[in-house]
Design a protein around this ligand. Structure first.
Ligand code: CP
Ligand code: NVA
Length: 298
């Protein structure tokens, strides 16, 4: 494994190794056992979109591993003024030991990997968010143990989160279902149908029925602000709430990558009932980010 660009590039073994390593690093952190595995290494973090969790977990994670992290806003980089990604990749490869990038087009991340000579980590594109998905599977394993055969339900937009989670769930042997409006299906749907137990439904309760983990995300992602009004109407019935959760399995988890919009994709009541899971999930970004960096950069 040379890069982390999207979930479909990972083997089941890669996923398991990252999750096992993340568990170990989490244990060491909790017991104050230092792990300066990346001493002397530098990660560049390019952001073309906002971030709280991704930025802080990578930056803090890198310090905890003994290395340093540079925050590079695309507004200040020459890439923001049109310097080609091929050149940026070749230059940054001479200074840095790894790059984490959050941007719009998946192609930009794939190009960085193609032209650079250092590991590239996708910190979210319109297509994928593998770092978040890995933290989500880490959290599901903590709560549920072996994930094989469990039912994973995604409620809402077939977006970057849906793509990454559905691919990951199928690879880990889960049953996956998405409840989404027509026209908002995930890009990975055909792959998922061909490779595992995956279905698309239009009614939320059909997805949540018998589910072990129910996941939702915002109705309008970063970059879709102009569609927000329209999406409010299209997605109004695609909400995780107590009624839809009443048909899920007892002890079903509710998950959210955050930021959450209470009253839209999830009610405040359901969010607070599952706050432990949701904030464990946010914490696990740190441990998973560290595992990814160790695997790619050590
Ligand atoms: N979940 C997630 O990626 O959060 P940020 O946008 O705050 O990084
Ligand atoms: N789908 C959301 C995820 C944020 C972490 C977005 O892309 O804005």
């Amino acid at each position: 494994m040379k890069h982390l660009l999207k979930m479909s590039d990972l083997s089941v073994q890669d996923i398991q190794e990252i999750l096992d390593l993340a568990d170990k690093l989490k244990y060491e952190k909790k017991h104050n056992i230092p792990h300066p595995i990346l001493a002397g290494k530098t990660l560049g973090m390019i952001f073309q979109k906002s971030s709280t969790r991704t930025r802080v977990s990578f930056e803090t994670g890198m310090y905890q591993l003994g290395g340093s992290a540079l925050f590079l806003s695309s507004r200040d980089l020459q890439i923001g003024r049109g310097e080609p990604v091929e050149d940026t990749a070749r230059v940054l490869s001479r200074y840095l030991d790894g790059i984490m990038i959050r941007t719009f087009a998946q192609k930009e991340v794939e190009d960085l990997a193609e032209y650079g000579s250092i590991p590239i980590i996708n910190g979210l594109t319109d297509y994928a968010h593998p770092c978040q998905a890995l933290a989500d599977f880490m959290t599901m394993r903590e709560y549920k143990g072996d994930l094989k055969g469990l039912k994973f339900a995604f409620v809402g937009d077939g977006n970057n989160m849906a793509n990454s989670l559905i691919v990951g769930a199928i690879k880990l042997g889960m049953k996956a279902v998405i409840a989404c409006p027509e026209g908002y299906e995930p890009e990975v749907a055909e792959w998922a149908k061909a490779n595992g137990d995956f279905s698309i439904v239009r009614k939320v309760s059909e997805a949540t029925e018998g589910a072990d983990a129910v996941y939702t995300d915002v109705w309008a992602s970063m970059g879709q602000e102009g569609e927000a009004q329209e999406r409010m109407k299209v997605f109004k019935d695609y909400q995780v709430n107590e009624e839809n959760m009443s048909v899920a399995n007892k002890d079903a988890m509710v998950m959210h990558c955050l930021p959450a919009h209470r009253g839209e994709e999830i009610t405040a009541e359901t969010f607070e009932k599952h706050a432990n899971e949701i904030f464990d999930e946010a914490e696990n970004r740190l441990h998973v980010q560290k595992a990814i960096m160790v695997k790619l950069m050590a």
